[in-house]
Design a protein around this ligand. Structure first.
Ligand SMILES: [Zn+2]
Length: 221
């Protein structure tokens, strides 16, 4: 596509740069994991091409699809999770960024089909409750997206894990979704460590709600 003006160059640059955060934060191995972002104006989605190494990703080789997953502009095969990312965007209007990883500790919880319980104040701040675990689904079509939407529907958490699979994190933009993916793995590791030395103590739901409210509404600049 040399010499041609590509669509959504700014969003391509943003999504490409954010992909570097996945290996940097030890969330992915080899070519696994992907990020997408939805453009608020056109509803087009920028997503990672399939099977390309993280260091070889460029704004130019990102794929652009419509919200139904049809390719709009791409020289490469789109990520195998594209249909599921698009399903999430169609069913969660407030979501503009989606991240998928098989990060280790969170995926260990997924392997046993167990939610990540909310047992630290930091988790209360960020997630407002447990990180739910959705059902099993096969890769390729929309089935994964369906399970993610079901898992997040009645949850305060921006991310979930899917049974036997890994992490799906969402956000009002791609960067927020990446942050949710990083925090999911960090909290999964803390809970996993706690489980080695004892039984994590639950925090009362009303206290979690207070933590979450303060963090989302008062904390920060
Ligand atoms: Zn996966």
């Amino acid at each position: 596509m040399t010499g041609k003006t590509l669509k959504l160059m700014k969003l391509r640059e943003e999504v490409c740069a954010l992909h570097a955060e996945l290996p940097k934060n030890n969330l992915v191995a080899w070519t696994s994991g992907n990020i997408s972002a939805r453009d608020p104006e056109t509803n087009l989605v920028v997503i990672k091409p399939s099977g390309i190494k993280f260091e070889d990703l460029t704004p130019e080789n990102m794929c652009v699809v419509d919200i139904d997953g049809n390719v709009v502009e791409s020289d490469y095969k789109v990520s195998s999770d594209t249909a599921s990312h698009c399903y999430i965007y169609r069913h969660m209007p407030h979501v503009y960024g989606v991240v998928h990883t098989h990060s280790r500790y969170a995926t260990a919880f997924a392997a046993v089909g167990r939610e990540i319980p909310c047992v630290t104040t930091a988790m209360g701040d960020e997630f407002g409750g447990p990180i739910p675990c959705g059902g099993f689904a096969l890769i390729g079509g929309e089935a994964i997206g369906e399970q993610v939407v079901l898992a997040l529907k009645d949850s305060t958490s921006p991310s979930c894990i899917l049974q036997n699979h890994g992490v799906f994190a969402t956000g009002p933009n791609a960067e927020a979704a990446v942050k949710a993916a990083v925090m999911t793995e960090d909290n999964a590791a803390i809970v996993w460590l706690a489980l080695q030395i004892g039984t994590p103590l639950p925090i009362a739901k009303s206290e979690i709600a207070k933590l979450h409210y303060r963090y989302q509404n008062v904390y920060g600049q």
